[in-house]
Design a protein around this ligand. Structure first.
Ligand code: FAD
Length: 408
């Protein structure tokens, strides 16, 4: 019997395992993860799940019995230490060896904990990547009297965490190093909207705050910034970005750049090894460049492509990236990649000031759309980006123009 071994049982790895069966793979499937919990959804960890008292069983990617039904062997709580490409096997930290015919790296990414002096001795300091992180944060909040939380980093995860912890009754402050939140990924209009939104809900956001040290005494953390400002915190959540888990691939001699390099069928430089999800550096045909994405869409779509290829029916990856963020009662949906834009248009719907969309262009090419509480803008934007449509700017920004593709 042939064996397909998958390292990483999260969005990419789990979707691949199930897709392999539907593509007709009759061999063994072994899904390995260092995390001991049954595979779960990550996006809710900073959103609804964090704000609830749900257990992980309410947030599973697949039901516990579905793995057995599909003949998928789960090996949880074990770390793959190395890959032996010559003998086609992987070595695990329980000293066992697992052979493979096809190997898939779905190793994702790990949160960055910045080397700030004092960070190791900080009290109740957590990143937010795993279900265990959520358990730790909830526990710290429940046992804290004053519930003062500092979130370091005003990206999506930092802002979603701030909104969720506010819902749980915490006093929340976000410290962002750049001059605005979400600066890496959105236009100033979106940053301003979310800054105002958080203010309305009583979350303070300070920008241009570069944390230089943390001093901790009797459980109280004092966070010091480069401008000498200080902030007190019982709990610190660090959301300053991720590092791609490429160490196994590098040690195995696979081609790695800004992630594990794969072709359009998600295959690495070794023809029996594939890589999918956050850990990959892959070509996007629409934008005609290699990119790395941190999104469920990419994990799921690459899983499908790799499953087809492993089962001997090649399809190629060709998706316009999309992403979402939920904060309070606001839904932000994004489609496309705005990098390289030189012009934006903002469409505000006449009746509501919390419903608008930002359209990113490079000259007259539509690159991306960010839609705030506006599913229609997201759908029309997706269609236009795919079609390479030239949008009529004056009609787009005029809220009296009915929002229909034919009118724009
Ligand atoms: P990961 O989810 O990172 O999983 C990789 C797995 O590999 C891990 O479980 C890890 O334990 C395992 N692993 C790694 N190395 C080894 C090893 N050597 N041995 C054994 N196991 C190993 N995306 C969106 O599209 N929308 C959102 O709203 C959104 N919100 C998010 C909120 C949070 C709090 C977080 C953390 C992420 C969010 N994301 C969101 C990103 C999304 O979750 C990731 O893009 C997605 O999880 C990527 O899936 P993956 O399977 O590639 O990698």
């Amino acid at each position: 019997n042939k064996v397909c071994v998958i390292i990483g049982a999260s969005h990419a790895g789990v979707n691949l395992a199930f897709a392999l069966r539907s593509e007709g793979w009759a061999g063994d499937i072994v899904l390995i993860d260092a995390d001991a919990a049954l595979p779960y959804h990550r996006p809710p960890l900073s959103k609804a799940y964090l704000a609830s008292d749900d257990g992980i069983e309410q947030n599973l990617l697949k039901s516990a019995d579905s793995y057995e039904k599909e003949g998928i062997t789960l090996r949880l709580g074990v770390l793959v230490k190395s890959i032996d490409r010559a003998d086609k096997c992987v070595h695990l930290n329980d000293d066992s060896v697992q052979v493979y015919d096809k190997l898939v790296l779905a190793t994702g990414a790990s949160p960055i904990v910045p080397p700030i002096p004092g960070i190791d001795g900080a009290s109740n300091l957590y990143p937010l990547r795993t279900a265990e992180d959520v358990t730790n944060i909830r526990k710290a909040l429940n046992t804290s009297q004053s519930k003062r939380v500092i979130v370091i980093g005003g990206g999506y995860i930092g802002l979603e965490t701030a909104a969720s912890l506010k819902k749980l009754g915490a006093t929340v402050t976000v410290l962002e190093r750049e001059e605005r939140v979400l600066s890496r990924v959105t236009a100033p209009e979106i940053s301003q909207f979310f800054t105002n939104l958080h203010k309305q809900y009583g979350v303070e956001i300070f920008t241009d705050k570069n944390v230089v040290s943390i001093e901790t005494k009797n459980g109280l953390n004092v966070i010091k910034c480069s401008d000498n400002s200080r902030f007190n915190a019982d709990i610190i959540v660090v959301g300053v970005g991720i590092r791609v888990n490429t160490a196994l691939a590098v040690a195995a001699g696979l081609e790695v750049e800004n992630g594990i390099k794969v072709n359009a069928t998600a295959r690495t430089s070794d023809e029996d090894i594939y890589a999918i999800g956050d850990c990959t550096f892959h070509h996007n045909p629409h934008y005609n460049r290699f990119i790395r994405l941190e999104s469920v869409q990419n994990a799921v779509d690459q899983a499908k492509v790799a499953a087809a290829a492993i089962a001997g029916k090649e399809t190629t990856y060709n998706t316009i990236p999309w992403f979402w963020s939920d904060q309070y009662d606001v839904k932000l949906q994004m489609v496309g990649l705005s990098e390289g834009y030189n012009r934006i248009l903002v469409r505000k719907e006449a009746s509501e000031d919390t419903k608008f969309s930002v359209w990113y262009f490079k000259d007259d090419e539509l690159l991306a759309v960010d839609a705030v509480n506006n599913a229609k803008a997201y759908v029309i934007g997706t269609k236009f980006i795919k079609e390479g449509k030239k949008v009529d700017a004056s009609k787009l920004v005029d809220p009296s123009t009915p929002f229909k593709p034919a009118n724009l």
